[in-house]
Structure formats: C-alpha cells, structure tokens
Ligand binder design. Structure first.
Ligand SMILES: Cc1ncc(COP(=O)(O)O)c(C=O)c1O
Length: 461
C-alpha cells in the first residue's frame, strides 16, 4: 500500500478522488488499491498481483472480468447507435428487446419494465411509482413503506431511507420518506433463546402485522425486501418467512417489492430470489448481474395492475413525469442482452447451484474455526461471521476492526472479500468452478488463521 501511495497513479487518486464507502482520511494515508485488468474470476493490480475477486466486484460480475462477447456487443451498438433516449414515445431496438426479454424471464405477473442506471435510482423509482399509483387510485394516505433493519436498497434519498443501516442515515438527514424498519430476519443473531427457526419466522410475521395494524393498513403502501439480505451481512431468511410476509401483504392490500439487485439472475442457484423462496412480488428490482456491471443498468418490473394505474394517471395528467436521460441506454441494453444470453447458454444459474453447493460445503468446514460464529449462505453467496466468543455468540466489543484486518489479510492472500462489520462476505462470479471454490475456501481459512493470530497478539476482544 505504501508503495502505491508513492506511485503517481496512487498519489493522483489521493489528490483527486472522494471514494464511496471509504474513510477519506485513512485513504489519504494508505492510498488506493489500483486494479488494472481482469481475467475470469481474477483481477490484477498495477503491480501485477493477482486476486480472486471473491465479491464479483460489487456482487455483480456474473460472467467474469474479460468476457469478449460483451465487448463485441457493445462495440457493435456503439457503431450503430451509441445513444438515444426513451422519453416521449421514442424507442430503440436494444431497450425494446431487453424489456421483452425481462418480461419473458421473470415471473408471469411482471409484465412491464422501467429502466434506470442504478439500483438506487430503481428503488427511488419504485417509491415514486407506488405513490403515483396510490394517488391515482384515490388512496392518498397509503404511502408508507415497510423495510427491515440491515436492509440495503441503495443511497439516493428514498432508497437510502429504505436501507436499514445506520451509516446510510447518519448525518444525511435520513430517512426522508415514511418508512418503518422491522427486525432483521437473521435467526442466528436475532432468534431468542429456545426459539426454533419456524417460531422466529412466525414472530417476525406477527411483528409485521402488529406494525401494519398500529400504523393503519390504509397508510401502508408497500413492503420491500431483498429475498436474501446481502450487503447488510449475507443473511438468508428463516424458513417460512417470505410466505408469511406475502400473506400479510395480500391481506392488507400492500404491494410486495422484491429487491433482486443481488439475488437476480442466478445468485442463489435459482433464476430469482423470489422464485427460490416461493413468493410472488408485485414489483421486482433488477441490476448488477443484468449486465455483469459492465455497463450501469437497472430495471423495475411491475404487474399489470400497477401499470394500469400509472398509465391511466399519465393519461389524466398528460405524461408520466419521471425518467432519466440514460433510461434504457442502448449500450447498456445491448450488453445486458448478450450477458443474459451467456448466462443462459452456459447455464450459469445451474452452475451457481452446483458449484454453490460445493462452496457452501467447503465453507461449512470453517464453522469449527475458533474465530467463526456462523457460516451462512445459499448458492454463490456466503457470509462468515467472526466473533469474540463462540460459545456465547458474543461479538467483539467493537465491531469492525477485526473485519477490516481480515479484509486486508485477504488482499495479502490473493482473495478479495467484503468485510461487513466482522462478517466476511463472498459472492464470486457465477462462472466459478469447483476447483476455484476449493481455492476460495483454502484462502478463507488462511485469512481466518492470520486474523486469529492478530486477535491473539493484540488481545482484541
Ligand atoms: C439489494 C440492493 N438494492 C439496491 C442497491 C443499490 O444499487 P446501486 O449501488 O446500483 O445504486 C444495491 C447495491 O448493492 C443492493 O444490493
């Protein structure tokens, strides 16, 4: 790192860039890790060091870091029509075909698509669509959202309000929209003594109903959730949770929004998270693996009932007054189409299920490690939670430094993970092979051993 700081590229970064999700003052001292190129599941820094990208960038690169077909698809579109918009009834072939493709791929009730460039914009769009719809239907009170503690829905004003992580609210004057955050559905951490997983799920559903009744069902517009909570710490829901939540949504006429920005397109070894957990959302939000993040793109899929209300209101007002310069951008849509074709042709969803099972089995062996409290995950997403005392599940007195240390040790061992507090998250590209999964597990064990040494040496507790 110090080498990089004295490197002109590193110095230029320190002078010119404010980094997302970074302690800016620490960054001025340590400098950036400058990544130069990628190949398959690997990325390489400017000094030529190789890393397994254990988080697929930001949970997003399904097809690997140098897929030539995406470059070809983008170049062809660049030559033909590099940009056009979709305002005022304009259209172009890539966005038409992609909308059609997404309607075909997603569950049957989702019939219309609205494009944005990021998951955050997509979730802000969801909030505005839901409000617009309920105003159109004369349900002017029905505006509140229900989300969960530790949820991640993005960082724009409405999306960050839905997010249930303190650092996304603190000093940003958020939440700024009416939202109630429920208990995080993580059994290991929030289950009570003597409670079974099914009882935990039932308690959370009862909590949701109590909140709905206390607020008044006529004020609750939508429930939003990641099918499997990812960025908050990789927490699969307890069995029965989603079916219970779905039943409540139907009972009180509350829209159910599946934020599939990470789960979508095979991450869990199923086409979509909602399919994996067997529930039927009214709205689905997609991004990341949609283009393998080669281009910024997200999509909001809605049911015909929502579309009808919005369409009628647009006719009454004269327009649907919402949209982005880059909504349905042709380069992004062309890349998405080719990326989805590759996911299908190479059966990467099936691969995520098969190699995912091997990865989860390998990681499960780490549960014996003295530093590890819980190993959890589904398909090709996993979390390994480190803590101070395994027997009592006591976390470290200060959560974060052990994770940060393990994150850096990961770099030294050629494995990029994400540290979420003291949980190490893995979410490798969907092209991962079984042999590579084995290597990821081997490096994870090394990271844990070396972090344990640091814990012993520093007396960290
Ligand atoms: C579930 C979920 N929703 C929304 C977002 C926000 O997406 P973006 O960073 O593209 O704004 C993320 C990003 O990680 C996410 O994980």
């Amino acid at each position: 790192m110090t080498e990089l700081r004295s490197n002109s590229l590193g110095n230029a970064d320190i002078v010119a860039t404010l980094h997302p999700y970074t302690n800016a003052r620490d960054h001025e001292v340590s400098g950036p890790l400058v990544i130069e190129r990628g190949r398959g599941i690997y990325v390489y820094d400017v000094q030529g060091n190789e890393y397994i990208e254990g988080l697929a960038g930001l949970w997003s690169v399904a097809v690997g870091f140098n897929e030539p077909r995406l470059a070809v698809a983008m170049a062809a579109q660049m030559e033909k029509l590099p940009y056009y918009h979709t305002f005022s009834s304009k259209a172009h072939e890539p966005s038409i075909r992609l909308a059609e493709k997404l309607v075909e791929m997603t569950p049957a009730q989702l019939t219309r698509v609205f494009f944005t460039s990021s998951g955050s914009e997509a979730n802000d769009t969801v909030v505005k669509m839901v409000w617009y719809m309920n105003n159109a239907l004369g349900r002017r009170q029905k505006k509140k959202f229900i989300a969960r503690a530790k949820a991640y829905h993005g960082v724009t004003v409405a999306a960050a309000s839905l997010t249930g992580l303190p650092n996304n609210h603190r000093d940003f004057d958020l939440p700024a929209i009416p939202v109630r955050h429920l208990t995080c559905p993580h059994f290991y951490r929030f289950g009570q003594a003597g409670e079974s997983e099914a009882e935990f799920a039932a308690r959370l559903v009862a909590e949701a109903e109590a909140v709905i009744l206390a607020e008044g069902p006529e004020t609750i517009a939508a429930f939003i959730g990641e099918p499997l909570m990812a960025a908050g710490g990789v927490m699969p829901p307890p069995t029965g949770y989603w079916r219970g939540i779905e039943a409540l949504c139907r009972k009180y006429d509350i829209l159910l929004v599946a934020d599939e920005v990470i789960c979508g397109f095979g991450r869990l070894g199923s086409s979509f998270g909602a399919v994996h957990y067997g529930f039927t959302p009214d709205i689905m939000v997609l991004s990341k693996q949609l283009t393998s993040s080669y281009m910024p793109l997200a999509a909001v899929l809605i049911s015909e009932r929502i579309y009808d209300a919005i369409a009628n209101n647009s006719a009454r007002i004269g327009t649907f007054g919402h949209g982005f310069t880059a909504s349905g951008h042709p380069l992004a849509a062309a890349v998405a189409l080719e990326n989805l074709k590759i996911i299908e042709e190479r059966d990467l969803v099936g691969n995520a299920a098969r190699v995912g099972a091997a990865l989860q089995a390998g990681l499960a062996n780490l549960a014996d490690h003295p530093l590890v409290g819980e190993v959890r995950g589904v398909g090709l997403i996993a979390g390994v939670e480190m803590l101070a005392d395994k027997a009592t599940r006591r976390p470290f007195d200060i959560i974060g430094p052990a994770g940060a240390r393990a994150f850096r040790i990961g770099h030294e061992n050629g494995l990029i993970v994400r540290a979420i507090g003291d949980t190490l998250a893995l979410c490798p590209p969907l092209i991962l092979t079984e042999a590579q999964a084995g290597e990821v597990v081997k490096r994870m064990r090394r990271i844990l051993d070396q972090t344990a040494e640091w814990v012993r040496a520093t007396g960290w507790r």
